[in-house]
Design a protein around this ligand. Structure first.
Ligand SMILES: [Zn+2]
Length: 410
């Protein structure tokens, strides 16, 4: 039997270990202080004990100081299983923290007890992100049990604080422990995905919400010549802003839809009666911008349009930012981590996975901003943060096989 097949079979045999590990960690409430919890230390300590028990010896801790939790520290750690080629590490990044259970009455089981039923494990954190965490550990355990060295190092990186900003987690690691990551490393973040394993998330759009406040002059509607209709001027601006679609018209088929979008959305109420010409108007524009453009470029063009409308209608227009999140540089669709995942997913799931872009907001952006090509992938029903969150046991085991495959083939 090839070493790949041996490892795949071994992972299947470790299913009970995976389920037991999940059962042990779900009750250890790892809530960050911003979620009124005491942090992730107890969970991290349990996992370190487990990692030692399976024979992983290279475990290092990188705590981030946080006075708002007992002990004053948020745990972060790496556990490394040496490969034949020690110059490249396949990182599996998972987060230790979970979110609160939310409305308890919507749960059919105790959210902080792992309940196994019909091939699933129910409980808060089972899918987000214990599944990825356990899959990574089980992949390492299979190599250790068999005494097989992967081609590349298997690096587990377990961090705090993903659910409340990552300041004490991945941001801390990337900022203060840059030496851990090498240029050729493969970084996998198993924290989002599709039920059919087909999505490898590599990019995100920038998000920009703009508020436009137009000021004219309020008068009686029977004498419009005495006032300035702010609503009418703003309506012309709405039409003008639609030209952003042609100004920023790059297509990128990695995204769905493959274009930047600029949509007028919310409209604040103006005058309460029909026979008054509104002297003030407020509306909003929701922009989702492909990463090849900057937010500033869009702001500049929108600003010019406002100046034109101001001249034409004798109004004053104020633009302000209601929300802004600049996209990280995308991971190339042919980056080694993407190629390795595609191969592994094909082998394990018999699925042709595709690199894709999403609307925004994964922890992988922190890696990408620091210059690393991270890919987000796992097999999920997407129940994160919901009541009756569960993880599908077969997904947990098969995702472990994908990680092992990447370490053996890279
Ligand atoms: Zn998560």
């Amino acid at each position: 039997m090839s070493s790949i097949e041996q490892v795949m079979q071994k992972i299947s045999e470790l299913e009970n270990n995976a389920v037991e590990l999940m059962k042990s960690i779900v009750p250890i409430k790892a809530l960050g202080p911003l979620n009124n919890g005491e942090g992730e230390t107890a969970k991290a300590e349990y996992i370190i004990k487990y990692l030692k028990s399976i024979g992983l010896s290279d475990i290092r801790e990188y705590p981030a100081g946080d006075k708002t939790v007992p002990g004053g520290k948020r745990p972060n750690m790496t556990a490394i299983l040496d490969g034949e080629n020690k110059n490249r590490t396949v990182w599996i990044l998972a987060h230790l923290d979970v979110v609160p259970e939310g409305d308890r009455s919507k749960w059919d089981t105790d959210p902080f007890e792992a309940v196994v039923k019909d091939g699933k494990i129910y409980g808060r954190g089972t899918e987000d992100n214990n599944q990825g965490l356990v899959s990574g550990i089980i992949a390492a355990q299979a190599f250790l049990d068999l005494g097989i060295k992967p081609k590349y190092n298997l690096g587990l990186m377990l961090v705090s604080d993903e659910e409340t900003g990552s300041i004490f987690g991945l941001q801390h690691m990337v900022k203060n422990h840059k030496e851990l990551f090498k240029k050729d490393d493969l970084i996998v973040v198993p924290d989002a995905g599709e039920p059919d394993s087909s999505m490898i998330e590599v990019a995100e759009k920038s998000i920009l919400w703009l508020k436009f406040k137009t000021v004219g002059k309020q008068v009686h509607a029977s004498t419009p010549e005495k006032g300035i209709n702010a609503f009418k001027a703003a309506s012309h601006l709405v039409v003008e802003l639609n030209k952003l679609h042609t100004m920023f018209d790059t297509k990128d088929e990695v995204f769905d839809p493959p274009i930047s979008t600029f949509e007028a959305t919310k409209k604040e109420a103006n005058v309460p009666n029909v026979n008054t010409i509104p002297g003030e108007d407020v509306f909003y524009l929701d922009c989702r911008i492909l990463p090849n453009y900057t937010i500033q470029q869009v702001m500049d063009e929108a600003g010019k349009m406002c100046r034109d409308i101001e001249k034409k209608f004798d109004v004053k227009i104020e633009i302000s930012i209601a929300q802004k999140d600049e996209a990280a540089p995308p991971t190339p669709v042919d980056a080694p981590v993407v190629k390795a995942l595609e191969k592994a997913i094909k082998h394990v799931y018999k699925v042709d996975a595709k690199p894709m872009g999403i609307g925004g907001g994964t922890v992988a952006a922190i890696f990408r901003r620091a210059g690393y090509h991270a890919a987000v992938w796992s097999t999920l029903d997407d129940l994160a943060h919901q009541p009756n969150e569960y993880c599908v046991i077969s997904n947990m085991m098969n995702d472990a096989k994908v990680f092992a495959h990447v370490c053996l083939n890279g």
